[in-house]
Unconditional design. Structure first.
Length: 520
């Protein structure tokens, strides 16, 4: 299923980034060879190249694009690894990646450009500009403002993306019509709830106020002026570009493999832009340079400041963890966070097989964009580790901890454990006869399930009330197995069969007992 950034509220506490990981934390494994590709032999920034390629090896990332901005210039742009493991074509600074929900900041910028021109005001009810606009609550329809849509405080619920995922919604008009039927979770302005439909409405507003399709407006007024002429808004155009990355997902036995592209036509203004590291470097420069690029004022400094001002404050969170990074609110198209005592503006983007993060610190005049062709899981850990580590380097901060090891600790992710288990799985040759003692019914606290062997493979079969999932578990020893984490791509889940104290065979999932074998 495609994923934009519905999960971002879990990033408020970084320990919640990854759930269902395979082991406890450890430090990074020994360095392995970086992915093949366009890593330069001679570079002005060898330490940066080494840092990025080491992270790619650590998190199993096929390809990445990185842009660094400091003191009014894009100081470095580079591609690393491969666009596709099937072709080994190298990533370049101009390789297109899906940036997912980072698109929201572009849409917010477009709306603020309209405010700059006097076409709208942020605190006017949006129905003023969209006479046919409705929400499920008639009172809210009359109250919700442009600012509240951009700040994600409209009252619309989050997480209801099935219609555009399935293809039921294919246009912004259809997305706005669907949003009109959703039951609101709060009155406008009361709470922040991250919803892709807010940014479908924002994109539709641009269309209605300018007479241009959202993509056309964004191209003419943001991307082209930033030199992002190769950027694409749909999968078909992206795939026709000679230099584009391919999404990847983990195959336990074969490694990271190309996976299908996902169309975002139905919710385009919330997540459809595909861009390069070079282009994203220019975009970060605009954010740090008072709204100007190459001498052209694309947005006024005052309106850009409005965009960067926190609009929604998140509830108090636990103390900042080992990384020193903590998200604390939402501005207009950007999350706000604290890192090393500085305010960070950032956004992530997650589309199946792609993951990107942009971060910048206005007070330090530094920013980083990291794009990858690995999805939510190892891709998110890589992008976050790269952003935090590179920001520290750009700021000249002397860290009191290893930010990568700290991130893995907060995420309860052990990269060495993952690597060892995957290698063991690929080397192990099972005899299905050895599984005979494992077969049968298991009783767990939540439900009963079956362990069955079929055609030389072992399966865990859950009952109908848990979705009737049939899950292949792949052995790396006679009693130890791994499977993909369906919700965090690139990560694995471990299943182990061990004798229990009661003499019955016990099934352990990632260190937690989930059931006993029922005596036959």
């Amino acid at each position: 299923m495609p994923r934009l950034s519905q999960w971002t509220l879990t990033l408020l506490v970084l320990a919640s980034i990854i759930t269902g990981c395979s082991a406890r934390t450890s430090s990074a494994p020994e360095k392995t060879a970086p992915p093949p590709g366009n890593t330069p032999q001679e570079s002005e920034f060898p330490d940066i190249d080494s840092f990025v390629t080491d992270l790619m090896a650590l998190y199993d990332i096929p390809g990445a694009g990185v842009a660094l901005v400091r003191n009014g210039e894009v100081m470095y742009v580079q591609g690393y690894g491969v666009r596709s493991t099937a072709t080994a074509d190298p990533v370049t600074p101009d390789t297109l990646f899906a940036i997912g929900s980072i698109t929201k900041s572009f849409t917010a910028l477009g709306v603020l450009q309209l405010a700059d021109q006097g076409m709208i005001t942020l605190d006017t009810p949006i129905i003023t500009y969209l006479p046919g606009f409705t929400l499920a609550d008639p009172g809210a329809t009359q109250q919700v403002t442009v600012r509240q849509v951009l700040a994600q405080t409209s009252g619309l619920p989050g997480g209801d993306d099935a219609p555009w995922v399935s293809g039921q919604i294919t246009t912004l008009q259809a997305a706005v019509d669907y949003a009109a039927k959703l039951t609101l979770v709060a009155a406008p302005g009361a709470v922040h709830v991250y919803s892709n439909y807010n940014y479908a409405i924002a994109g539709y507003l641009i269309t209605q106020m300018t007479g241009q399709a959202w993509a056309s407006y964004t191209l003419d007024n943001i991307l082209n002026p930033l030199g992002m002429t190769g950027a694409a808004f749909d999968i078909q155009t992206m795939q026709q570009a000679p230099d584009h990355a391919v999404p990847h997902s983990l195959d336990i036995l074969e490694g990271m493999q190309p996976s299908p592209f996902v169309s975002l036509a139905g919710i385009a203004s919330a997540g459809a832009i595909n861009a390069s590291a070079r282009g994203m470097g220019n975009y970060v420069l605009l954010q740090l340079n008072q709204g100007t690029f190459n001498g052209e004022q694309l947005i006024s400094a005052s309106m850009l400041s409005e965009m960067h001002t926190q609009q929604a404050v998140y509830p108090p969170q636990p103390p900042i963890g080992p990384t020193g990074f903590q998200t604390n609110g939402y501005a207009l198209g950007w999350f706000t966070a604290d890192f090393n005592g500085r305010q960070v503006l950032w956004h992530n983007g997650s589309i199946d097989g792609f993951y990107a993060i942009v971060m910048f610190i206005p007070s330090e005049n530094v920013g980083v964009a990291v794009l990858s062709n690995a999805g939510l899981g190892t891709g998110s850990l890589f992008a976050l580790a790269a952003n935090l580590g590179l920001l520290e380097q750009l700021m000249g901060v002397e860290p009191t901890r290893d930010v990568v090891a700290a991130l893995n600790q907060e995420a309860a992710f052990d990269p060495l454990d993952r690597q060892v288990k995957l290698e063991a799985t690929r080397a192990y040759h099972a005899d299905p006869a050895e599984w005979a003692p494992l077969l049968g019914e298991y009783s767990g606290t939540a439900a009963t399930f079956e362990v069955e062997a079929r055609d030389g493979k072992l399966y865990l079969i859950q009952p109908p009330n848990t979705g009737s999932q049939t899950l292949e578990i792949i052995p790396y020893s006679p009693t130890s197995f791994v499977t993909l984490n369906r919700f965090r791509d690139g990560l694995i889940i471990t299943y182990t069969f061990v004798p229990g104290d009661n003499g019955l065979l016990m099934l352990i999932r990632d260190g937690v007992q989930i059931g006993y074998k029922v005596p036959s």
